[in-house]
Design a protein around this ligand. Structure first.
Ligand SMILES: Nc1ncnc2c1ncn2[C@@H]1O[C@H](COP(=O)(O)OP(=O)(O)OP(=O)(O)O)[C@@H](O)[C@H]1O
Length: 712
C-alpha cells in the first residue's frame, strides 16, 4: 500500500471512529426521547379537546422518532470558526436546554447550507461531510472541502451522490435527504404562497423533490398540519413511495391519493376511449355543469301543504321571493335556506288560519268553531301545541306558542315530503347520469359538442348505480357535487389525525397540494384539484414532454391557466440523475419528433454501457426478446430489469416473461430499472402520443438500455 493510500485509510478510520461516537450519542438520545414519548402517551388523559390535541401531537412525535431509526444522522457541516453541526432525518434537542441541538433537522433553515454551499459559495463553511450508516454503524465518511481555491462543481456531495445513484435498484425509492442537489433544494424550500410548476425531464428528481417538499413544508409551516397536505400521484405505486420516503408524515398529516380516488366512496371502473376522455376533460364542462345544476332549482309556483288536515298555501310571490333570496349559494345550501323560509311561511299560514277562526268566533260562531277546534285538537294534539283548545279559545298566541308551532312544522314528515317534492335533494351521480343520458340536455347545456362528440358522450341513463363511473366522469361528478353542495350541511369527519378526517371528505380544504405527473391533468381535473385548495398553495411537478393523456395541451401555460390564470411560478430541473449519458444521447431526435421545444436534461454520469440494438423479424421477435431479457437478468442479478413494448404486444410478451415487469410506455412512467429492454420501438411510436411514449421508454434505465427492432 502506498504511503498516500495508507494515510487516506487512516483518515477514514479516524473519521469513522469520530462519527461513530456522535452517532451513538444521537441514537442514545433518540431512544431516550422515544421512551419519554411512550410514557407521555400512557399518561395523557384525552378527555377534552386539549388532551386529544396533545395526544395527537405526541403520537406524531413518536412516529417520527420511530421512523428515524434508519439514517438518523447523515451529514456534518464544519464552520470556518471551528464549530460543527450534524444533520439528520429529524432534529434531536440536546438534553441541556439552551445548548445547540445534538442533531439538526435537515429541514431547518440552518441546515440549508448543507445542500447549497459550494467551493465557489462556501457560506461560512469549511467542509461538508457525508456519513453513511449501516443500521447504527458508521461505514463510510465522505469529506468535501468547501475551499474557494479548489475547482468548483455544480454537484453537491458528488461522491455520495454518485454512490447513491450507482447503487442497484431494488424497486423502492429511498430518501434523498443526504444528497439533495441545489436546484432541487431551491424547489423543496420555495415559498408556498403561490402555485409552483416544476418542469423537469426524465430522472431529474421530480418525484424526489415533490415528496421532500411535503416534508419540508410541514416542518417549516407547522400550521399546515392542521389542514393537511394532499399529495396526488399517478399510481398506487407512487403512493407507496410516500410510505417509504415520508413514513412518519404519511400517517398523520398527509393524504395521498390518485386522481381516480379523489372522491371518497366512488370508484372508477367503467372503461372509456381516449376520445371520450379528451372530450370530457375540456374546460367548457365547468360552466356548463354549473348552469345545468342551477337549472335544477324549482320554478316559482304556489305551494300547498296539508297541515293537521288543513290545506295551507304559500302564494307564488312568496315562493318566488324565497327562491330569489336563496341565490348565490350551492344547490343544497339554497334549498336549506328556502326550506327555512317555507317553514316560516307555513307557520304564518297556520297562524292566519287560526286568526280567521278566532275572527269567525268573534262574529258569533263560537259553537261551530269550538267543535272544529276541539276535533282538530283531538285528532292531532294541535290544541296543545297552539296553546288553545276547543273549550278555552281566547284567540291569542304567545311567542312560545308560535315557536312550538314552527318547530312542529319543521319536524312534520308530510311538510318535509311536500318540500322535498318541490325542491328535491339530489346526489351527484344520478344528476350526472341524467345529463349524460339525455341528448336534449346535452345539446342545451353543451351546444359546443359536435353531433359526433355528443353521441360519444351520450350513454344509457341506467348506469347511475354507485361506482359505475369512468375516470373522466370523476371531475364532472366533482363539479356537480360542488355545485350541489352537501345535502345535510357539513358533517364533521371523525378520526384522530387530520389525514384520516380529510381523506373521508370530498370537500376538505387542504393547506397545500402536491401533484406529481401534473402534465397529465385535464382542464376538468385541474378544476377538481383547485377546489381542494382555494388558497392555490400548490406544487405541481411534471414533464410536459412525457404527457400521454389525450388532452390537447402541449405547454404548461395551456395546462395550468385553467387553475391558476397567469399567477404561477415555474422552476426547472435540468440534471438527469437516473439515465446515463450514453442513453440520454439518443433522446434529442425523439423529443423533437414528439413536437417538443425543450432540451432533454443533462445526464450527470456515464454508466459505461453503450446502448445496443438487435433486429428481429416478427416470427422471432418474442423469442429474441426472451433470450435478451434472460441475458440482462443474469447481468443485473441483484438489481432490476424491465421490458417496455407496444400495448398490443404485451399479452404475448407477458406470458413468455412471467418473472419480469412487461409494461406499455404509459405504464412505465415514473418507474426505473437498472436495465431496460425496449421492444419494437417503432410500434411504440405509432401509438397515440407515441413519440412521447418512446421518450419515456428510453429513459427508464439507470445503467443499460437494449432495443429489439422489428426487422422488415
Ligand atoms: N438528489 C438526489 N440524490 C439521490 N438520488 C436522487 C436525487 N435526485 C434524484 N435521485 C434519484 O434519481 C432517480 C430519478 O428520480 P425521480 O424518479 O424523482 O425522477 P423524475 O424526475 O420523477 O423521473 P420521471 O420523470 O422519469 O418519473 C431516482 O432513483 C431518485 O432516487
Amino acid at each position: 500500500m502506498s504511503a498516500r493510500l495508507e494515510h487516506d485509510a487512516d483518515n477514514q478510520h479516524d473519521a469513522i471512529a469520530q462519527e461513530q461516537k456522535a452517532v451513538d450519542a444521537a441514537y442514545a438520545r433518540r431512544d431516550e426521547l422515544l421512551t419519554q414519548a411512550n410514557q407521555q402517551l400512557a399518561d395523557i388523559l384525552a378527555d377534552d379537546e386539549v388532551g386529544v390535541a396533545r395526544l395527537a401531537s405526541v403520537r406524531r412525535w413518536r412516529a417520527e422518532l420511530e421512523h428515524a431509526e434508519r439514517g438518523l444522522v447523515f451529514g456534518r457541516l464544519d464552520s470556518l470558526d471551528g464549530s460543527t453541526r450534524r444533520l439528520g432525518r429529524i432534529g434531536l434537542p440536546d438534553p441541556v436546554e439552551d445548548n445547540e441541538p445534538l442533531v439538526l433537522d435537515w429541514r431547518a433553515r440552518a441546515a440549508r447550507a448543507f445542500y447549497t454551499a459550494t467551493p465557489l459559495d462556501p457560506q461560512g463553511y469549511a467542509r461538508r461531510r457525508h456519513i453513511r450508516l449501516d443500521g447504527r454503524d458508521v461505514i463510510r465518511v465522505d469529506d468535501e472541502p468547501l475551499d474557494p481555491s479548489l475547482p468548483g462543481t455544480d454537484l453537491v456531495g458528488e461522491g455520495a451522490l454518485l454512490a447513491a445513484l450507482s447503487a442497484r435498484r431494488t424497486g423502492t425509492m429511498g430518501t434523498a435527504i443526504a444528497t439533495l442537489q441545489r436546484e432541487q433544494d431551491d424547489i423543496v424550500r420555495a415559498p408556498a404562497n403561490q402555485p409552483l410548476v416544476v418542469q423537469g425531464g426524465p430522472g431529474t428528481g421530480k418525484t424526489v423533490v415533490a415528496l421532500h417538499r411535503v416534508a419540508y413544508l410541514l416542518f417549516d409551516q407547522p400550521e399546515l398540519a392542521r389542514q393537511g397536505v394532499l399529495v396526488i400521484g399517478p399510481s398506487r405505486r407512487f403512493l407507496d413511495y410516500i410510505a417509504q420516503v415520508l413514513p412518519a408524515l404519511g400517517e398523520t398529516s398527509v393524504v395521498a391519493m390518485t386522481l381516480d380516488t379523489l372522491i371518497p366512496g366512488v370508484e372508477t371502473r367503467l372503461p372509456e376511449t381516449r376520445e371520450v376522455a379528451e372530450i370530457k376533460g375540456r374546460d367548457a364542462w365547468q360552466p356548463a355543469l354549473t348552469a345545468y345544476v342551477r337549472s335544477l332549482r324549482p320554478q316559482p309556483a304556489p305551494l300547498t301543504v296539508a297541515i293537521d288536515g288543513e290545506q295551507v298555501t304559500v302564494d307564488g310571490d312568496r315562493v318566488q321571493r324565497a327562491i330569489d333570496a336563496s341565490a348565490g349559494r350551492d344547490y343544497h345550501a339554497a334549498r336549506r335556506r328556502f326550506i327555512d323560509t317555507m317553514h316560516d311561511a307555513l307557520t304564518d299560514g297556520v297562524i292566519a288560519l287560526h286568526d280567521q277562526l278566532v275572527a269567525s268566533m268573534e262574529e258569533g260562531f263560537e259553537d261551530i268553531l269550538a267543535g272544529v277546534d276541539a276535533g282538530l285538537a283531538r285528532a292531532d294534539n294541535r290544541g296543545v301545541l297552539l296553546g288553545v283548545s276547543g273549550g278555552e279559545v281566547d284567540g291569542s298566541l304567545t311567542d312560545a306558542d308560535i315557536e312550538r308551532l314552527r318547530t312542529r312544522i319543521a319536524d312534520d314528515t308530510v311538510v318535509a315530503g311536500a318540500l322535498e317534492k318541490f325542491w328535491p335533494t339530489l346526489d351527484a351521480e344520478t344528476t350526472l347520469s341524467r345529463l349524460l343520458g339525455d341528448c336534449g340536455l346535452l345539446t342545451h347545456f353543451m351546444p359546443w359538442l359536435t353531433d359526433g362528440e355528443r353521441n360519444q358522450v351520450l350513454r344509457a341513463p341506467d348506469l347511475d348505480t354507485k361506482g359505475q363511473v369512468a375516470p373522466s366522469d370523476l371531475p364532472l361528478l366533482d363539479a356537480i357535487a360542488d355545485a350541489l353542495g352537501e345535502a345535510h350541511g357539513s358533517n364533521d369527519a371523525q378520526g384522530e389525525f387530520v389525514a384520516h378526517r380529510a381523506a373521508d371528505r370530498r370537500d376538505w380544504v387542504y393547506g397545500h397540494v402536491v401533484i406529481d405527473e401534473a402534465q397529465e391533468l385535464s382542464a376538468m381535473q385541474w378544476h377538481m384539484v383547485g377546489r381542494r385548495v382555494p388558497s392555490r398553495s400548490v406544487t405541481a411537478v411534471g414533464d410536459i414532454d412525457q404527457a400521454e393523456t389525450p388532452h390537447r395541451h402541449t405547454t404548461w401555460e395551456q395546462a395550468v391557466s385553467v387553475a391558476f390564470g397567469d399567477r404561477w411560478r415555474r422552476a426547472d430541473l435540468t440534471i438527469c440523475y437516473r439515465t446515463p449519458r450514453e442513453v440520454m444521447a439518443l433522446t434529442p431526435p425523439v423529443l423533437k419528433a414528439a413536437g417538443s421545444h425543450n432540451h432533454p436534461p443533462r445526464a450527470m454520469r456515464d454508466s459505461g454501457y453503450q446502448p445496443w440494438e438487435v433486429s428481429a423479424t416478427e416470427e422471432v421477435l418474442i423469442a429474441t426478446t426472451a433470450r435478451l431479457a434472460a441475458e440482462l437478468t443474469e447481468r443485473w442479478a441483484g438489481g432490476t430489469v424491465g421490458v417496455i413494448a407496444p400495448s398490443d404486444r404485451l399479452t404475448a410478451l407477458r406470458s413468455e416473461l412471467p418473472a419480469l415487469p412487461v409494461l406499455a410506455a404509459t405504464e412505465a412512467k415514473g418507474l426505473e430499472w437498472d436495465a431496460t429492454l425496449v421492444v419494437d420501438p417503432g410500434g411504440i411510436c405509432r401509438e397515440p402520443r407515441g413519440w412521447n411514449g418512446l421518450y419515456v421508454a428510453l429513459t427508464r434505465c439507470t445503467q443499460e438500455l437494449g432495443q429489439v427492432l422489428l426487422a422488415p
